[in-house]
Design a protein around this ligand. Sequence first.
Ligand code: F6R
Length: 241
Amino acid sequence: MQVIIADSAQEVARLGADQLSALMRTRPGAVLGLATGNTPIALYDELIRRYRDGQLSFAQARSFNLDEYVGLAPGHRQSYRHFMNQHLFNHIDIPLAQTWVPDGLGDPETVGEAYEALIDAAGGIDLQVLGIGRNGHIGFNEPSSSLGSRTRIKTLAPQTLADNSRFFSPDEFQPSLAITMGIGTILRSRKALLLATGESKADAVQAMIEGPVTASCPASALQLHPCALVIVDSAAGARLE
Ligand code: F6R
C-alpha cells in the first residue's frame, strides 16, 4: 500500500485526478470504479475542469459505481445514480449507457450476482476510487463484512446512517439498506485509489494503514491489495506514525 499525505483537500483531489488522467491517456477505454459521498466531489470537479480544458476524454470509458440505496429509483434525488449524473456524468463526455450504478430496485436475490457479471463482462475494474467511512467502511461494507464478500445487500451501520442523515431532510425517507460491491470485489480491481480528507477520518485512516487486517476495519483489507494508493490530507493523516 502506497500512502501520500497531501497538504490540503484540494491537493488530494488534484493528485487523485492525476491518477485518473494518466490511466485515461494510456487506456481510453478504461473501466473505472467510482464512489459517491463528499470526498470525491472535489476529484470530480477537477476531472470536469480537465475535460473542459480538453486534457481528458471519457468517451470510451466505462464506469461502475460502488453502491446504491435499496428502494430508491434512479431518478430519486437521493439516489447515487442521481448523485453521479449531477456531480460528474452530466458534465463530461461519457455516454450514460456506459455507466452503471447498482439497481436499488433490483431483485435482492439476483441483483448482486448480475452486477458482478456486468463487471466481469467489461473485463474487470482498472481503477477503483474509494472513500472511507469513519467506522472504516469502504463501499457500504460495514465492520464485520467478510473480506471475500461480493456485491450484495447490506444493512447500514447506525454511525453510517447518522453520518449520511445530513444529506436527507428531516421528513425524507432515509434507506437503511444498500447494495454494495463487496470487499472481495474491490480487491479484484487492478488498482485501488482511496481518498480521505478531514480530521473526522484520522482514526479510520490510521486503522486502515497501521492496524491489523481485520473485518472490524473493512478498509484494512486494502493492505492485501497488490496496487493500492491512499491519498490523504494532513488532517486525515494526522494519526499516522
Ligand atoms: C460511497 C461509499 C462510501 C463513502 C464513505 C465516505 O459510494 O461507498 O464508502 O466513500 O462513506 O463518505 P464521505 O466521502 O461522504 O465522507
